[in-house]
Design a protein around this ligand. Structure first.
Ligand code: SF4
Length: 316
């Protein structure tokens, strides 16, 4: 499989008052192959959205490297037009991500104009109509405003706006979390269909493990700016190895009584990213803590099974 993106020890510290930092992402390394649907999963404050945005150069990293097709994009101040076109994002909230005073035609077509990808107004309209049809909408929506559409339709417009530029890599930042369950399924099916049609690579950011299992092929479980576990989705769901992943999975409702396990309720709150715990980030809430080593030494991410990486001293 051809590698598309590789992250090496990537960090993002947001300055906060004098001498203080929010350590949103703190030393993440992983790689994403072409045509992967890669899930970044975690609670709010885990750093998943910041990491997704750094991958497409929407925000700068503090240190580390992000190689996109072998080129370190952290060294570039502003992405070349081609690279920018190749990397797109669909935001979580279709209500705020579309300009309220622009018609759908202008919202979807603005990228085509900016990148000089059409030569005439006729070509622009034809291309927009083609993409409206692809996302299950029609010409009748061309001259409507976002407030005239439903939530699901708006998210379809956001997807059409991202894909019309013919990208290779799309970050989907909780793209269905503000939608009803029935609409969520439609959007997920649409995203899968478009991935096949355009040979896309997705990073799918979510806090919802159920969705992650349905759509992703690989996942990284994040906690307080670090990866706790990462590998093939099925292998992690069948055999979660990190105590945090185990706790998260234990509360997913299961229909089959044979598969029900005891719920693990984590104690305490997620610590502040201003002052994350030393050693293992999870030690303040871990039910399997071994002792001092967990409080003092940060566990490295180790390949415990084939292509299944875990950051925990239980596997030292
Ligand atoms: Fe728990 Fe220790 Fe493993 Fe951290 S390193 S998850 S505290 S057992």
């Amino acid at each position: 499989m051809e590698e598309l993106i590789q992250l090496k020890e990537i960090k993002k510290y947001f300055p906060w008052k004098k001498y203080k930092y929010v350590k949103a992402v703190d030393g993440v390394s992983l790689s994403i192959n072409k045509r992967d649907i890669f899930g970044l999963v975690g609670e709010s404050g885990s750093g998943k959205t910041t990491l997704g945005r750094m991958m497409i150069h929407l925000i700068d990293s503090t240190s580390g490297s992000i190689f996109y097709k072998g080129k370190d994009i952290t060294k570039i101040k502003k992405l070349e037009k081609n690279l920018r076109r190749n990397m797109q994002i669909v935001f979580q909230d279709p209500y705020s991500s579309l300009h309220p005073r622009k018609k759908i035609k202008d919202i979807i077509g603005s990228g085509l104009r900016t990148h000089n990808l059409v030569r005439s107004e006729g070509e622009l309209v034809t291309k927009i109509e083609q993409f409206l049809n692809l996302v299950g909408m029609g010409e009748e929506h061309l001259y409507r405003y976002p407030h005239e559409l439903s939530g699901g339709q708006r998210q379809r417009i956001a997807i059409a706006r991202a894909l019309i530029l013919n990208p290779e890599f799309v970050v989907l930042d909780e793209p269905t979390s503000s939608l009803d369950v029935s609409v969520q399924a439609e959007i997920l099916n649409l995203l899968k269909k478009l991935r096949e049609e355009f040979d896309l690579t997705y990073v799918f950011i979510t806090h919802d493990l159920y969705l992650a299992r349905i759509i992703t092929e690989k996942i990284a479980i994040m906690y307080l700016g670090k990866i706790m576990e990462y590998g093939d989705t099925e292998s992690i769901f069948k055999n979660p190895l990190h105590p945090y992943t185990e706790a998260l999975f234990s509360v997913i409702p299961k229909l089959d009584p044979q598969k029900r396990t005891k719920k693990i309720i984590l104690k305490g709150e997620i610590p502040s990213p201003f002052d994350p715990p030393l050693g293992c980030r999870f030690h303040t809430r871990c039910m399997k803590k071994i002792g001092e080593i967990c409080e003092k030494v940060s566990p490295p991410l180790k390949e415990v099974e084939e292509k299944h990486f875990v950051s925990c001293h239980l596997y030292d």
